[in-house]
Design a protein around this ligand. Structure first.
Ligand code: ASP
Length: 412
């Protein structure tokens, strides 16, 4: 019998999970008790591997880029792509929300909304906080932004001392290979993990919870689809002459993991596998561009923040000026950089966006009920944006193996 491809199995897991979730709507607690633990196990396995993987692969990636000039050039391209696509995403979000009048028809009196608002950190604190005073603590806490900075500095140091740095390089190189191998093993559980993660979410958030805010859900999902189709397809074609069809086929396993885990960080190991093995991006590029992207590049989150800001404004009958729209674009771009790649982080950063234009923070409570559903979609866009950047940077640096084909299953 022909062996089913891993992507197909993941898709089956996803479909079956949604079906079973719908059937279990009357008993979400049962889904939580009996099915969710398998999802949590899968998630824990991925989380276990992330810190060593990011540290090792980014150290190796930095060393692999060789000289500071190349590092600067690739870093420059990466950041430029990340910023421009993110700003576009918020703008698209604002346009969709305006055109569809996303908050229209919904009027919720202010005092029925619980103001359960978590304060977003100040941007300057986010900026200062990226340099870890204690790198071991950063590793222990899994603080991705700090780990990235530490890995870049460590990689730079290894290159700078030449021959004497070789043993340390070999150590991280070997650690990176080991973490890739473990990732492959974990991925073979993905179909079950995906099934067990999606079932309780559907059981708890079935149509009943969704209906009142259905317009927001549809707006965010359409926005996510449009952004991927318009922005990534065209940049891949124009900047890298890379087939969008091949790209979306190759990235699918990572998208399925992103959709079910709602975490860019958890998806990182799979995303790296996909762009290396299915699209031919070189290891140094993928291990530099992707860990950075999983932490700072969140197009889906920015788009969602644009839509939600306008939704809140419309629900409370507040008209925003053009200047206020521009402020939203700027703040949401910055807020998405400060958003951690974990479930629900974007909702907390939404307060920063609302605050920037004086919108009622209670609006966050409106969104909170459906946030998980929105989170799944925006995380897919977040990681797809990272992957598209890696392919483009690799193409412009001549580090893309164009003969590489989408594999039936990721290697082990
Ligand atoms: N869950 C998203 C991610 O990991 C972040 C967010 O909440 O927007 O990419």
């Amino acid at each position: 019998m022909k062996k089913l491809q891993l992507s197909t199995k993941i898709l089956i897991g996803l479909g079956a999970g949604i079906l079973v979730g719908l059937m279990m709507q009357g008993a979400p607690a049962v889904a939580d008790t009996w099915i969710k633990p398998f999802g949590t196990l899968f998630l824990n396995l991925i989380k276990m591997i992330i810190v060593p993987l990011v540290l090792a692969s980014l150290v190796v990636g930095t060393c692999g880029l060789g000289d500071v000039k190349k590092l600067g050039r690739i870093g420059g391209k990466t950041i430029a792509y990340y910023l421009l696509t993110t700003a576009f995403a918020v703008t698209l979000g604002l346009i969709i929300a305006t055109v569809s009048n996303v908050g229209g028809g919904l009027s919720i009196p202010i005092d029925t909304v619980k103001a359960e608002v978590t304060q977003a950190p100040k941007f300057i604190d986010t900026l200062l906080g990226i340099v870890p005073a204690n790198p071991i603590k950063a590793l222990a806490d899994g603080n991705m932004l700090q780990i990235i900075v530490f890995a870049l500095v460590l990689g730079g140091g290894i290159v700078a001392i030449g021959d004497k740095g070789k043993p340390l390089f070999s150590f991280f190189d070997s650690l990176a290979e080991v973490t890739y191998k473990i990732t492959n093993a974990i991925m073979s559980f993905a179909p079950i993990g995906v099934f067990a993660l999606i079932t309780p979410v559907v059981a708890a958030n079935g149509p009943k919870v969704l209906l009142p805010l259905l317009k927001v859900v549809i707006a965010v999902y359409i926005g996510c689809l449009l952004h991927m189709l318009i922005v990534y397809s065209s940049t891949l074609k124009i900047l890298a002459n890379f087939s969008p069809v091949k790209f979306f086929k190759g990235i699918f396993p990572a998208q399925a993991i992103a959709f079910t885990t709602a975490s860019s960080t958890a998806t990182l190991p799979v995303n790296m596998k996909c762009i290396e093995e299915n699209m031919g991006v070189s290891k140094p590029i993928s291990s530099f561009v992707l860990p950075l992207g999983a932490t700072v590049n969140m197009d889906g989150t920015a788009l969602y923040q644009g839509i939600c800001a306008l939704f809140v404004a419309q629900v409370y009958g507040i008209d925003l000026t053009f200047a206020q729209n521009i402020t939203i674009v700027l703040t949401a771009t910055l807020a998405s950089i400060g958003t951690a790649g974990v479930p629900g982080a974007g909702l907390i950063m939404l307060t920063m966006v609302l605050q920037s234009v004086g919108l009622p923070l209670e609006g966050v409570a409106l969104i909170a009920g459906i946030d998980r559903i929105l989170d799944m979609a925006r995380t897919v866009v977040n990681i797809t944006g990272d992957a598209s950047c890696a392919v483009i940077v690799a193409a412009t640096e001549n580090e893309l193996d164009r003969s590489c084909n989408v594999k039936s299953a990721l290697s082990s």
